[in-house]
Write a protein that binds this ligand. Structure first.
Ligand code: APR
Length: 242
């Protein structure tokens, strides 16, 4: 006999899968994409976040990511990142963070089980030999790959039209989740926007923690709205009391 939503919500959750988006890093001073004045109001996606844009003007794309890399390196993890690190440490079951973010603030807060499905600003990739290394503060089109010496280096970021990282692992985590929580994401970009339905199909309870209702809000069994630094620590405290 299946549990009611209220019974499921009240049950302790063994495996918790958390999806985070730019909203969790907003209070650390890093811009989101689709809020008022966000990154996609300042730059055209097709110019700075597609392989075609990089091929057309690599300097423009390197400048875009160099500026974000320097800003992210100066940012500090906020109370929401830290609360998720506490959850991973103190929750008896498994806690997995799947992040769309390319900053390193989850790791800075102490989270260990983090999957960066859109890559990371502190990563560099060689388009010729697929070698990956730690990115310098500023990358340039004339940089040579440390392994094959080709001038074919790029930020290790997943652009629009490219396949996000770790998808097989992520689908497996969603299929075995007891609880799926989306934090700070507008639910505008797939495949991440479909995760809530996948988790629901697996029987997971689903919660949206966001500043405002996302495009997928009606897919969630439970919602709470407010700044992440307020609602995420409160949710973690409740979850750890179960
Ligand atoms: N606390 C909680 N949520 C917040 C806060 C905050 N302080 N500030 C903003 N938000 C919410 C917004 O309401 C919005 O729903 O964060 C969400 C940010 O949405 P987007 O800017 O679309 O960012 P995201 O969902 O991460 O974008 C997904 O799109 O362009 C691609 O690769 C990019 O990874 C990114 C993906």
């Amino acid at each position: 006999m299946s549990n009611t939503a209220a019974e499921t919500s009240a049950m302790a959750h063994d495996k918790i899968v958390i999806l985070t988006g730019a909203g969790i890093s907003a209070e650390s001073g890093l811009g989101t994409f689709r809020d008022e004045g966000g990154l996609w109001a300042q730059h055209r996606i097709e110019d700075v976040a597609t392989p075609e844009g990089f091929h057309r003007n690599p300097d423009l794309v390197h400048d875009f990511y160099n500026a974000r890399r320097v800003q992210a390196a100066e940012a500090r993890a906020n109370a929401a990142h830290k609360a998720l690190a506490t959850l991973e440490q103190d929750h008896p079951g498994e806690v997995i963070i799947v992040t769309q973010n390319v900053d390193g603030l989850h790791e800075q807060a102490g989270s260990k089980n983090v999957l960066h499905m859109h890559g990371r600003l502190d990563g560099a990739l060689c388009a010729a030999c697929d070698h990956r290394w730690e990115a310098p503060d500023r990358m340039h089109k004339a940089d040579r790959c440390p392994k094959c010496s080709h001038q074919s280096t790029r930020p290790d970021i997943v652009w629009f039209g490219e396949i996000p990282y770790f998808m097989d692992v992520i689908w497996d985590h969603l299929d075995s989740a007891d609880l799926f929580v989306a934090i700070g994401t507008s639910g505008e970009v797939y495949p991440a926007a479909a995760f809530v339905q996948e988790a629901q199909r697996a029987g997971a309870h689903t919660i949206e923690l966001n500043l405002a209702p996302s495009s997928r809000v009606s897919d969630f069994a439970e919602t709470c709205f407010g700044p992440a630094t307020e609602i995420v620590p409160r949710w973690v405290e409740q979850e750890l009391k179960r």
